[in-house]
Design a binder for this molecule. Structure first.
Ligand SMILES: [Zn+2]
Length: 382
């Protein structure tokens, strides 16, 4: 007899298995416990389970589970990690599910451990022999920081499902588009010296002033030349986020740094944005040789678009009862799409609760999530 937890019991166990990702080492946790928990459950119901160590992470793992065989099929994907939490702002223990007011409270209930609890229930009664096409479950690592898990998974090209659903909290609205994100640091190497002798130095702040002028012109160029009406902010954005330089009023500033981020529209590549940035800085780089440089601060995440018309998107719209839409946050969708499958982001819970104290998953999402998973498995695997 299969001894599997029911929905709320599995949710409880998933939330109780902490898997925080943070760029700060003091917060960052491994995720092997939750990956093993998922592995145990999916193995019990007949899935073939593969756990992979993700390179260049602090001991993080992906899980891939597969039921059935053959080509194509359905991939249900999500991340196994959560963001850190601020205990003082939570009204309950973030690692203990509190079932109250028709909501399940806990860290990761909607973003997005809860999705795996739904998947488990949806898969419980399946039998490999019934499946015409394979059903895959993917749980990734480090989505909240570097997306290293999804990136690594996509590189390996282990499978090519027909379609994929990433169960991030979208309130069960199919998401077919989001912007990409990249961040850079511009560094100006000047020459410090006594402020009374300007000719003996090169002032990095003065060069940065000119650089900022070019960046603001680039920002306008992005607004004027690129547009996508599906987004509430319809153009790519460029934000000047942080600046540092110099040490004293009476010294010529020898070094200055500026951090910026750019959010691209679907259809724009990282290379295109980087070229725009390089072109904007080119005249100054020629005027001040070897003094201006820029480097990526974090790995970029690409923009995402599921092209339409698509039977898959239409079906998701029909079952969910919502028109598809574009969102402003980034997900693992562009990496999953690299497997060559039609991809949407569609899951229970609201992005408004994600990364917030007292995160919850409302009861009102349960029936429809169950329905969507059942119908999708039925359509693409049975
Ligand atoms: Zn998420």
């Amino acid at each position: 007899m299969r001894q599997l937890p029911n929905f709320s019991e599995s949710l409880k166990q998933l939330i109780a298995s902490p898997s925080i990702s943070s760029t700060q080492a003091s917060w960052d946790q491994g995720n092997l416990d939750i990956i093993q928990l998922l592995a145990t459950w999916f193995e019990q119901i007949g899935f073939a389970v593969d756990i992979q160590k993700v390179p260049e992470t602090r001991n993080k793992y992906n899980l891939l589970a597969k039921l059935g065989s053959g080509e194509g099929g359905l991939l249900l994907a999500g991340h196994s990690d959560t963001v850190p939490f601020d205990e003082n702002r939570w009204q309950s223990d973030p690692l203990k599910v509190v079932d109250k007011d028709d909501k399940f409270y806990g860290l990761g209930t909607c973003d997005m451990k809860g999705f795996f609890a739904f998947i488990l229930q949806a898969c419980k009664k399946l039998n490999a022999t019934q499946l015409k096409k394979p059903l895959y479950i993917l749980a990734t690592a480090d989505e909240e920081t570097t997306m290293a898990g999804a990136r690594f998974f996509a590189q390996q090209q282990l499978m090519k499902p027909d379609v994929a659903i990433i169960g991030e909290p979208t309130n069960l609205v199919p998401v077919v588009m989001h912007k990409g994100h990249m961040s850079h640091r511009i560094t100006i190497q000047g020459q410090s010296g006594h402020s009374s002798k300007p000719s003996l130095g090169v002032n990095a702040i003065e060069i940065m002033y000119l650089v900022i002028g070019e960046l603001i012109a680039l920002k306008e160029k992005l607004i004027n030349n690129y547009n996508n009406q599906a987004f509430d902010v319809t153009a790519p954005t460029l934000n000047l986020g942080a600046i540092k330089g110099g040490d004293n009023a009476n010294r010529i500033c020898g070094h200055c740094e500026l951090d910026l981020d750019m959010r691209s529209l679907p259809g724009m590549t990282d290379a295109e944005l980087i070229n725009l940035l390089a072109d904007a800085l080119k005249p100054l780089a020629e005027k001040y040789p070897n003094r201006i440089s820029f480097n990526e601060l974090h790995p970029s995440s690409p923009s995402f678009e599921q092209k339409q018309p698509s039977d898959f998107v239409s079906l998701a719209e029909e079952i969910s009862g919502h028109q598809c839409c574009a969102v402003n946050y980034a997900t693992e969708a562009p990496y999953i799409q690299q497997l060559g499958c039609q991809t949407i982001v569609l899951g229970p819970g609201s992005i408004n609760q994600a990364h917030q104290p007292n995160e919850f998953l409302a009861y009102s999402e349960i029936d429809k999530t169950n329905l969507i998973l059942a119908e999708m498995i039925n359509k693409y695997c049975l």
